[in-house]
Design a binder for this molecule. Sequence first.
Ligand SMILES: C[S@@+](CC[C@H](N)C(=O)[O-])C[C@H]1O[C@@H](n2cnc3c(N)ncnc32)[C@H](O)[C@@H]1O
Length: 475
Amino acid sequence: MQYLPIFTKLDNKPVLVVGGGEVALRKCRAFLKARANVTLVAPWFCDELKEHAHNNEVTLIDAYFDESHLEGKMLVIAATDRDDVNNNVFELANARNVFVNVVDDQPKCTFIFPSIVDRDPITIAISSAGTAPVLARRLREKLETLIPQHIGPLATLVGSFRDKVKQRFKHFADRRQFWEGVFDSSVVSKVQTGNTEAAQAQLSQMLDAKAEPEGEVYVVGAGPGDPELLTLKALQLMQQADVVVYDYLVSDEIMELVRRDADLVCVGKRLGDHSVAQEDTNQMLVDFAKQGKKVCRIKGGDPFIYGRGGEEVQVLAANNVNYQIVPGITAAAGCSAYAGIPLTHRDHAQAIQFVTGHCKKDGQELDWQSLAKAHQTLAIYMGVIKSPHIQAELLKHGRSATTPVAIIENGTRKNQRVVTGQLGELADLIERNSVISPALLIIGEVAALHSQLAWFGQNEQTSSFAQPLTDVSNT
Ligand SMILES: C[S@@+](CC[C@H](N)C(=O)[O-])C[C@H]1O[C@@H](n2cnc3c(N)ncnc32)[C@H](O)[C@@H]1O
């Protein structure tokens, strides 16, 4: 190991930065974050450093560096653009056993600045010992996405209970068991949702051993299929669930990302094939939560857009089950973007309506008059089977037969297929091309832009979608 990772407490400790420009400023900021006592020496200083000095945050010495400036310093940074000065700082500091860092010159560093994931008081430092800083930065970016923001406040809360827990449990093993229980409990999601008081109250109860294990349900939108369209929050909750209750619409790649040892329950839902009735799904969520389990109820797209998430959450609320709701990218947004079809466009569509082709069987009919208006976009979910009816009603209410349409099958997935044509042939297009579910219908002037923008849109996707999309154009 070239560098031993240690965390130093620099609070009010004397450090020196040699240099007065942008690089010196950056290093100075890092020291100030750690509340160090910072002195800078240089014949010239940038305005921001002068401002820090004006606010009594740093001391500036307007001079060329010499050995006397090292007196009493714990650490020194050489951040000048002159090799001879930097070398001199390194030699003199090293001779005095003062830790030294010459910026961008790793052999002349007896300490280095790691890449940091900052969830104060939790800090994660990553170093490649100066060999591959860009790689270290990439690792940091990965960790940034994986480690939720609430870890910091959670650590603060836990820290405030440490003494009480030590008094209550004399043995280390008992304390560890207690904390494991806390981190598996809904204290975590209370902190996550900013409900610190409730988290504190629950922690106190757990300490008094009055609390039953408390389950909770995360109602999570998984987006239309590409796993990279998951939100960070969705990913984090999928990975902390004991049970995952999912629909067919959630893609296999997304299911790969749930916690390995979670129990998986498929509740189906394809048109005409409800493997589990909605009422039973609702009850299942309540029952799992009452058993103290963390349940991830994961749904395709957004849970509140034709996802029956509203009904499930109503039942959870009625049964006093804790829950969180995480929005997802809805099919209309995901499919249209990946097909290069802007849902609104200043020249073509000033409004967008989300419509379902599959109404509850109680005679509810759509407002066809409003849906048939020109210069708007219809994004029709579950519209494949009803397409002859949709086509007939829109034409009857005045929408032109030449209105462009696009049918996006398996949108955002590797097997995405886009079929384009005109409203007058919508049902025929679906039949001729054997369109299968899931498919979204986009009706409106903007659908014609697919032929111009699809490749641009597709080239913007990541390499996992590098295969050309199948494109069946009938215009
Ligand atoms: C029950 S709805 C669920 C909608 C989902 N909650 C959402 O926000 O996207 C199912 C319908 O959404 C549309 N859909 C969902 N994912 C899709 C995808 N990847 N490609 C095309 N259409 C999709 C289809 O119209 C499908 O029949």
